[in-house]
Design a protein around this ligand. Sequence first.
Ligand SMILES: Cc1cc2nc3c(=O)[nH]c(=O)nc-3n(C[C@H](O)[C@H](O)[C@H](O)COP(=O)(O)OP(=O)(O)OC[C@H]3O[C@@H](n4cnc5c(N)ncnc54)[C@H](O)[C@@H]3O)c2cc1C
Length: 494
Amino acid sequence: MRNLLSLLTPKTCFNPRLDPSLGLAYECAKTICILVVLSLPCLPQVTINDVSRLNPVKVRQVISVTDIEQIKQAMKIAAERHWKLSIAGKRHSQGEHTAVRDGVVLDMTTFNRILKLDRSSKIITVESGTTWAQIQDYVNPFGLALEVQQSSNIFTVGGSLSVNAHGRDPRFGPVIETVRGFRLLRADGTVVNVSRTGNDSALFSLVIGGYGLFGVILDVDLQLTENDVYKKRCARLSYKSYPEYFTKKVQHSPAIGLHYARASISRFDYLQRMLVCSFEKTGQRPAGVFHLMHEAHIERNRRLVEMSRKSQPGKDVLWLLQETFADNPVTTVISRNNAMRPEVAFLEYSSPRDTDILQEYFVPIPRFTAFMDAIREIFLRNKVNLLNLTVRYVPKNTESFLSYSRQDSFAIVLYINQPLSDAGKAHAIEYTRELTEAVLQNGGTYYLPYQLYAAPSQLRAAYPQFDEFLSRKREYDPQELFDSGFHEHYRAGK
Ligand SMILES: Cc1cc2nc3c(=O)[nH]c(=O)nc-3n(C[C@H](O)[C@H](O)[C@H](O)COP(=O)(O)OP(=O)(O)OC[C@H]3O[C@@H](n4cnc5c(N)ncnc54)[C@H](O)[C@@H]3O)c2cc1C
């Protein structure tokens, strides 16, 4: 019986590859399907997880939606039955942000049409399940590019707005800077236009960086920019020289469109030597520079990362190769769109024993060296299996209510391998709390889309506005229809 019911899931009914030329009949069938499935007295449970595979959650159902009516229907039924509703994009956030136990999950990845491109104002309107990759494919022929996007283009617009993601362009802070407005479906079923200046302007700062707790972002107006061409140059530095190098050569240079740095994971200069890369505007236009590139050498790169996961010599070799080849051509000429589609498929990993997780800390520029010293000490003492450490710059922007960029900061992104066992998790909690303490002592903060390892008191020290954020959520959503494991965990102040 349970298997039979599983077949009836809305995901099956609403396969977007079904022929929509059936028109009204198709739309009705989809809506009826949601009604039928959610109305079943004993819904089958499904277990879903995020990309880290560390957070399995049993939910009543995952509903793939393609239009607003379906979202409204799902919300109505969930509200009537006092079920919680979570909203999911690509589920790359790693701390139960997209599901809650016994809840219903709205899968937004099929709500992904590009609605409009105004080439004169360079504003694109897209549904929130659209990915950055889709937008790049669409705007590249028009010589346009995104202003802010994470290091990779695999994420949805809705998921990126909800964490207020940041990227590698030092001229921009978080993605909120590039949002002109959006439509939001609120818990009471009303659709509101949200912008910085309209009637619902308070929701602009609550929803962006609001982790899906204030409603469903429907469609979004995003500012685009020119698809510039850059010359990429990399330099080797000691981590102690990096802050000065950055403030003198990068921070206020309008010609630099992208910038990142990487610290060594080799035992010979662990977290001391850095490779620092900037992409500077050039007038050169080599043949084919605007053709969108696709990831190559996936298997080879996967094997190299695997080697580094398993041993220190593997890490030494990987760093040597990175320094010598990957990040160290004398110069490369590359378009903005291509530079904003870095390779990621080789990072996909599915061992039954261990997994890779991300963490990110924001530290004021003058405290960078001290915080790097703290990471090195904590990681060596705790034998943390660090696979990569990159640094980006996030200038101050406090528009989002739950803003993390409250001052000009370096964002330090850690890519760590962790066992899937309980002991592995306990160990990770221990060193994460040490790192969080260290960043707080250095006047910084940490990023919320990752594991729920920070203590509630640490979260509140990093985000003193958090309890006010929760009470604003209750104002807009008194029954707390929109919920997640992240919200449950920290709401209780555990
Ligand atoms: C490999 C990797 C690299 C990363 N690099 C960066 C980086 O460079 N910079 C950076 O800032 N972050 C980075 N991140 C974090 C990433 O930006 C977030 O995890 C982001 O949320 C992922 O988007 P998603 O589509 O997977 O969203 P999900 O994880 O599915 O959702 C994230 C949040 O958005 C909410 N949400 C999703 N869609 C909607 C909607 N339509 N309406 C309302 N709420 C919604 C969800 O409820 C959830 O709270 C990285 C993560 C990974 C795994």
